[in-house]
Design a protein around this ligand. Structure first.
Ligand SMILES: Nc1ncnc2c1ncn2[C@@H]1O[C@H](COP(=O)(O)OP(=O)(O)OP(=O)(O)O)[C@@H](O)[C@H]1O
Ligand SMILES: [Mg+2]
Length: 379
């Protein structure tokens, strides 16, 4: 998709410049109209109030309206699908209030005269005369319907494959567990060692597959969140229990610091999952024999949960990117420490589903604190 955006932005800027450099009056000329018609992308010349003055061939073909039907109307009135109308009206209001050009790459839905809605990306630029006075606006709709279809096909495919993999994998994991435990017969230490490696790797595969499925559900809006009133202390305790063993193996001390009586509204399992992801990272990146502090405190902005470590810290340039999928601050992290780079993406999405905010305080060489703030529940 980035190149698509690039092309669209290029078009808008290019045409904007072209008009801007030409001395001209307040309305579109024949030459303007011919130029606009050459565009293979839906384009509208609007006046400063957002009313259509001209539209090109691509716009007419895609919407099924004639020039006469479009001219004199606002895009919100005629072209946008109901669920994009509000956005368009808001944009008009902002534009009127500030006079500033504020639209670049906004997703909208266009409803053709007959036929299914089209997903478009809206770019808009001011058209100025030779003196730099704004004489109109150019709105471009880049059709991304097909791209969106492909994207969702890809996502569905990944999720179907993941599903199909999970069942046999769970059964392999079960069988290995039974052999490792000596339940199906005596095995030598050598064999047990090998089985343990196979078992822990199938655990890891199952975790990755579950992460991919979770993310897919989150992104398609299919994840059910079951909100209840929960005590912060219970959340932290459950998370600590779940990572106690790996902390122990890496010689990391877990130190809870919890204010009394904090309650939040949320899905207990999912919030524990967020904490476990943060704790898992903190443990993974901590030097042996250091400690990880898990805090839950009341602040002005809400209930703040923090996980602080004494690890390597995260450089400024990676700060915003660690929450993106498959993104790891250091490319060598995957090999050295394992992980797929989905943990923080899932954590962020889950926190946002709880109307919360996730963030990170870190200084290179001085450790990191990942935190999230949730609205406080009042009984
Ligand atoms: N506590 C931390 N200290 C230093 N770097 C961290 C810390 N937590 C996360 N990171 C950086 O952010 C990246 C992304 O973290 P994330 O949890 O999303 O993925 P992961 O831990 O690599 O894999 P996964 O969680 O999917 O098993 C990590 O690979 C690491 O580079
Ligand atoms: Mg992780």
């Amino acid at each position: 998709v980035p190149w698509v955006i690039g092309i669209a932005v290029g078009f808008v800027v290019g045409v904007g410049l072209m008009y801007g450099l030409r001395p001209r009056g307040g309305s579109a000329s024949d030459a303007d109209e011919r130029l606009l018609n050459q565009f293979p992308i839906m384009a509208y010349w609007l006046d400063m109030d957002g009313t259509v003055v001209l539209c090109n061939q691509a716009a007419k073909a895609s919407t099924g309206y004639t020039q006469e039907q479009l001219v004199g109307k606002s895009l919100a009135e005629l072209v946008y699908a109901p669920r994009s109308k509000q956005k368009a009206v808001k944009h008009e209001a902002v534009l009127k209030a500030t006079g500033a050009l504020s639209v670049s790459d906004v997703e909208m839905e266009v409803l053709p005269r007959d036929g299914d809605p089209i997903s478009v990306r809206l770019h808009e630029t001011l058209i100025t005369d030779g003196q730099g006075t704004a004489v109109g606006r150019l709105a471009v709709h880049y059709d991304v319907t097909r791209l969106k279809e492909l994207d969702s096909m890809k996502t569905e495919f990944v999720s179907m494959v993941s599903h199909e993999l999970r069942t046999p994998l769970t059964s392999i994991r079960g069988a290995l567990g039974l052999i490792e435990g000596g339940i199906v017969g005596e095995i030598s230490d050598k064999v047990r060692e090998m089985i343990a490696i196979a078992r822990s790797n199938s655990d890891r595969l199952i975790r990755i597959i579950n992460d991919i499925l979770d993310l897919q559900k989150l992104e398609s809006g299919h994840l059910r969140i079951n909100k209840q009133i929960i005590n912060a202390n219970d959340l932290v305790e459950a998370a600590i229990t779940s990572v106690a063993e790996i902390a122990n193996q890496s010689d990391i001390r877990l130190q809870p610091k919890i204010d009394a009586d904090i309650t939040v509204r949320g899905d207990e399992g999912r919030l524990v999952q967020v904490l476990v992801n943060l704790l898992g990272n903190a443990i993974k990146f901590s030097p042996a024999e250091s400690s990880v502090v898990i805090s839950a405190v009341l602040t002005d902005s809400g209930a703040r949960f923090g996980v602080r470590d004494n690890g390597p810290g995260i450089a400024d340039e990676h700060r915003d990117h660690v929450f993106e999928r498959f993104n790891q601050a250091d490319a060598s992290d995957t090999r050295a420490r394992g992980g797929t780079g989905l943990g923080l993406t899932i954590a962020k999405t889950l926190v946002e589903l709880h109307d919360g905010e996730i963030g990170l305080d870190s200084e290179l060489g001085k450790g990191s604190e990942f935190y999230f703030v949730l609205p406080v529940a009042r009984a």
